[in-house]
Design a binder for this molecule. Structure first.
Ligand SMILES: *Cc1c(COP(=O)(O)O)cnc(C)c1O
Length: 418
């Protein structure tokens, strides 16, 4: 469900034609629908309305402060993985009692920043990190609330690069060692044990891996409680997938029902860290066709957006639907849709059956709201592209297009070269 639709053969976002925005801000740009963002957040959050829970939007999926603000106004917390993400969430006005901090490599300055902000809890990923958080808290004369991020060793059956809950992944603490680690945490004076967390991977399109993880985590919660620990929060992470193409994905309400049914016997406040499922289908990338060319082997459509703007196809070989912004009768061809970057891996689609596009036409790369802008870079010294938010019949540039000056901001030619 989203608010990108065709009207008289033209693609609209809510009540604004995409061509109108392209005319004003130029291409390429990311385009988000506020109505869709809100709708997705509400559907997810409402699915858990029957149980105590906090929905902590995963900032890394889309970290624009205007986007964060929409969710925060709806009561969302955030899942952060860096000091920079905490800064963004604070700028967006987050309730710091709804901030959970995940990540395998938290630095001391980041831990201190989060302690100073009084976040809800750290999801700790190693025994060394426990020690470091404890000593930071000692220095700041604070208590640090923690959960251990457990690696439950379940296969989320997703792309290997976005699976995180297997022993072969770097994430979390081995479930077999978890009781021992919790006992150690208890001996550290500045730590308050609050919960158990896990996050098995991303773009998970089945419910069963979540339930497998939950079963293992529930056993651990019982052990910890029998041992006298007060486990208030059960953080089940994010990872619910979306339909990029024709995948059959569970609706958030099915996911919620399965989790709620499987945890009737455990009295906890749930934390969820959804990212993709909230923002993925609420955003598109709009790009212009620069050139078309063919050789004996292939057709190429060269567009003005590249792997530096949308990295997912190059990184994970992931699929994004590509639609014309102005639809008309077209011949279907097989083509590679490629960007301007000087890398063979720079493509948004390979061997795709696609309409014949001409130079100057606009293309919409669908389902680009999650891990789109946030993974973008300045590679090839290309300025990062704008982000635009549509609300009803208006649009707002929520991040400006970078200019040449932005590219060298912070760079210095030392005296000896002058
Ligand atoms: C990336 C991540 C998420 C969000 O994952 P989605 O697949 O976007 O829902 C949640 N929690 C943690 C710890 C993550 O690393």
């Amino acid at each position: 469900m989203n608010y990108f639709h065709y009207k008289d053969n033209a693609l609209w976002c809510e009540e604004v034609p995409v061509t109108e925005i392209a005319g004003k801000v130029g291409t390429p740009f990311y385009l988000y629908s506020e109505r869709t963002l809100k709708h997705h957040f509400r559907v997810f959050d409402a699915a858990f309305s029957g149980v105590p829970h906090i929905t902590c939007f995963a900032v890394k999926s889309n970290s624009n402060i205007a986007v964060l603000r929409i969710f925060i106004a709806e009561g969302s917390g955030v899942d952060i993985v860096s000091g920079g993400e905490l800064y963004r969430a604070l700028q967006a006005g987050v309730d710091t009692r709804k901030v959970v901090y995940s990540g395998v490599g938290k630095r001391v300055d980041e831990i201190e920043y989060a302690l100073g902000a009084d976040i809800l809890m750290f999801n700790v990923e190693s025994s060394q990190e426990l020690e470091v958080i404890n000593s930071c808290a000692e220095r700041l004369k604070k208590k640090a609330c923690i959960a251990l991020r457990i690696n439950p060793d379940v296969d989320p059956e997703t792309h290997p690069h976005i699976s995180t809950g297997l022993m072969s992944n770097k994430f979390g603490i081995d479930i077999k060692k978890s009781l021992e680690e919790y006992r150690r945490a208890r001996t550290l004076g500045q730590l308050e044990i609050k919960g158990v967390s896990c996050h098995i991977g991303s773009q998970v399109t089945k419910i069963s891996p979540f339930l497998d993880a939950l079963e293992r985590i529930k056993k651990l919660v019982r052990l910890l409680r029998d041992d006298g620990m007060d486990i208030e929060y059960l953080d089940l992470g994010g990872g619910l997938g979306i339909a990029y193409d024709k995948e059959d994905v569970p609706h958030p309400s099915e996911y919620a029902k399965a989790i709620i049914d499987a945890s009737k016997d455990i009295n906890c406040t749930f934390i969820f860290e959804p990212g993709r499922v909230i923002v993925g289908n609420a955003g598109i990338l709009v790009t212009e066709v620069l050139y078309t060319k063919s050789n004996d082997a292939k057709n190429f459509i060269v567009i003005d957006a590249g792997m530096n703007d949308l990295a997912r196809p190059s990184l994970y070989n992931s699929y994004h639907r590509i639609l014309p912004v102005i639809d008309k009768e077209r011949e279907e061809i097989i083509a590679d849709v490629v960007g301007p970057i000087c890398e063979s891996g720079d493509y948004l689609a390979k061997g795709r059956e696609i309409s014949r596009f001409e130079r100057g036409e606009l293309m919409a790369v669908m389902s680009a709201g999650a891990y789109g802008f946030t993974m973008s870079s300045n590679y090839n010294s290309r300025g990062r592209i704008p982000e635009v938010l549509v609300r009803d019949d208006q649009f707002f540039v929520i991040r400006k297009r970078e200019v040449y000056g932005d590219l060298i901001r912070g760079e210095v030619i030392p005296e000896f070269l002058r």
